[in-house]
Design a protein around this ligand. Structure first.
Ligand code: FDA
Length: 504
């Protein structure tokens, strides 16, 4: 059902009446297009055919978010929140339903991206519109002995990242980013501004990993910062298929999830090459010894290892090099994206047989091939109970991200790369988690299914959503739906994969 034009007009009038000029961008505004495109990261969703919002509200104050939600509820126009715009399916700024008007509340415009670091209290208040790079920069500006276990990519937005759990190179030592949320402020479907005490522990549980866009709009997060040593060590070593990369991958699956939790060793598999990347929270000698002990076949030497500060390691993995200035962390990359991409994810519970890696090499030779990123879990991840937060995949050995990317426009190129990623994902099915086949909500994948109204029947809508809901959240899905029924029974905050209210 389309939002009638008068509803949209009423909504826009409401915004104009309740928000200062300069905060609301409509199709009539000269900078509408540049504001909309300011954080689009995937060219797939920046085409003339992509349904666009009737307005973008560049919120710089909690009252702007409250007003946008109240106008939206009052006039039947849904609002999507956008923090960093990295959603893999673009759900923070596009809708698949071309007939229904929607608006975007963007958090990146000003005060809602502030970062305040309290070194003595080992905490920070961070606006949802900040990027993880801005968080790392602000911490490093005050101290070299605290850090935050955030994303590898520094341009990722805090709002979406924490909403889906969020992991990076310190996950084996410190778990998910959302495990370190101490408090939060948010606007709910009634337009109320709530903190942790006011929202209650059920909703506070749900917003720390239950997926972005489901329960309201989170404005800011109080984060616990984690201690980092004065010196950390990194390495990147490449081993090609004909340098026994197959055997190394087979062994890596057993070794990486059970290394000491100070050691993180991921693999990027591309072309006919495995790139082993490590961050070690300690000195070179410690990393060389840990590798010699657990994984001598990888043959890591002292000359492979580089000592640096923690924030330099963030720059090293973000930009693949040493000596980069920390200010690079502040670059949000607001230009037009440079690529089309599609990603999918899996969890592995048992080491895969060696022949699977042989098959993978042949997939990586195909026209249209992308890459695989293997992130090991274990350590702190495995110590947290799967129901403690919405993120359920705590016991996995590792996560696989399949990533296809291309720069040629046109349907033929898209079909080729989509075909590759769906093909390799299909091939892996026997070897990955089952019943349900797990997926990481922050690597959003609409192939897993999309919401519909279930003909208006709440039970049908809920049943449909369980298919992808259980992939992302396993047994936590039902509790998320119960929280949704309590805090947003009319399902105001919704998108193609949002959590429907649990039918009574
Ligand atoms: P975006 O603004 O698109 O929001 C994502 C979703 O959350 C949308 O549904 C949106 O409506 C909702 N949302 C946004 N702001 C909200 C708010 N304030 N309150 C409530 N809901 C909100 N992941 C990871 O775990 N580790 C990593 O290292 C990386 N690295 C990485 C690099 C790159 C280049 C990309 C494109 C993505 C990643 N990711 C990642 C995935 C990333 O965690 C995921 O895309 C996040 O949802 C992005 O959050 P943004 O705020 O940027 O996205």
């Amino acid at each position: 059902a389309a939002a009638p034009a008068n509803q949209t007009a009423g909504f826009l009038d409401c915004l104009a009446a309740s928000l200062p000029a300069g905060v609301v961008y409509t199709h009539a505004s000269r900078s509408y297009q540049s504001v909309l495109e300011s954080s689009i990261k995937n060219l797939l969703f920046d085409t003339p055919a992509t349904p666009t919002p009737v307005a973008v509200v560049e919120a710089t104050d909690a009252s702007h978010v409250q007003a946008a939600v109240r106008c939206g509820v009052g006039h039947g126009v849904s609002v999507r929140s956008r923090s960093g715009g990295h959603d893999y399916e673009g759900l923070s700024y596009r809708s698949l339903d071309a007939a229904r008007a929607f608006a975007v509340v963007d958090m990146a415009g000003g005060a809602l991206r502030a970062v305040r670091v309290d070194v003595r209290g080992r905490a920070a208040w961070v606006g949802s519109g900040a990027t993880l790079g801005e968080v790392y920069y602000a911490i490093a500006n005050k101290t070299s002995r605290l850090g935050f276990p955030g994303s590898v990519g520094p341009t990722v937005g805090v709002g979406g990242f924490l909403s889906g759990g969020g992991f990076g190179l310190m996950l084996r030592k410190h778990g998910l980013a959302s495990d370190h949320v101490l408090d939060a402020t948010m606007v709910d479907a009634k337009g109320r501004l709530l903190d942790r005490a006011a929202m209650g522990e059920d909703l506070f549980w749900a917003i720390r990993g239950g997926g972005g866009g489901n329960f309201g709009i989170v404005l800011s997060w109080k984060l616990r910062l984690v201690p980092v040593p004065a010196t950390v060590t990194v390495f990147t070593v490449h081993r090609s298929r004909n340098q026994s990369a197959t055997d190394l991958l087979a062994k890596w699956q057993r070794v990486a999830p059970s290394l000491p939790s100070d050691a993180f060793l991921r693999v990027v598999v591309q072309n006919q090459n495995a790139q082993f990347e490590s961050l070690y929270l300690g000195t070179r000698a410690g990393l060389v010894a840990a590798m010699a002990d657990a994984f001598p076949e990888l043959n890591v030497t002292a000359s492979d290892c580089i000592e640096m500060t923690w924030v330099q390691s963030v720059l090293y993995f973000a930009f693949y090099g040493t000596g980069k200035p920390p200010e690079m962390l502040l670059d949000r990359g607001t230009g037009r994206p440079d690529r089309y991409f599609k990603a999918k994810s899996d969890y592995v519970q048992e080491p895969m047989p060696s022949q699977v890696w042989e098959t993978t090499w042949s997939w990586l030779l195909k026209d249209g091939a992308g890459l695989l990123i293997l992130d090991p879990y274990g350590g702190e991840m495995a110590r947290v109970a799967p129901a403690a937060t919405p993120f359920p995949h705590r016991q996995a050995l590792y996560n696989i991200q399949y990533y296809g990317f291309w720069s040629e426009s046109g349907e033929a190129a898209a079909a080729k790369h989509m075909g590759w990623i769906r093909g390799v994902y299909g091939e892996m099915e026997p070897y990955v988690s089952k019943n349900p086949r797990g997926a990481y909500v922050n690597y959003r994948d609409l192939d897993l299914g999309v919401n519909d109204d279930g003909g208006g029947v709440a039970r049908a809508r809920y049943e449909k959503a369980t298919v992808w809901g259980r992939a992302y959240f396993k047994a936590n899905f039902e509790r998320l739906a119960a929280v949704k029924a309590k805090v947003d029974p009319d399902n105001y905050f919704k998108n193609e994969q949002s959590i429907p209210p649990l039918p009574s």
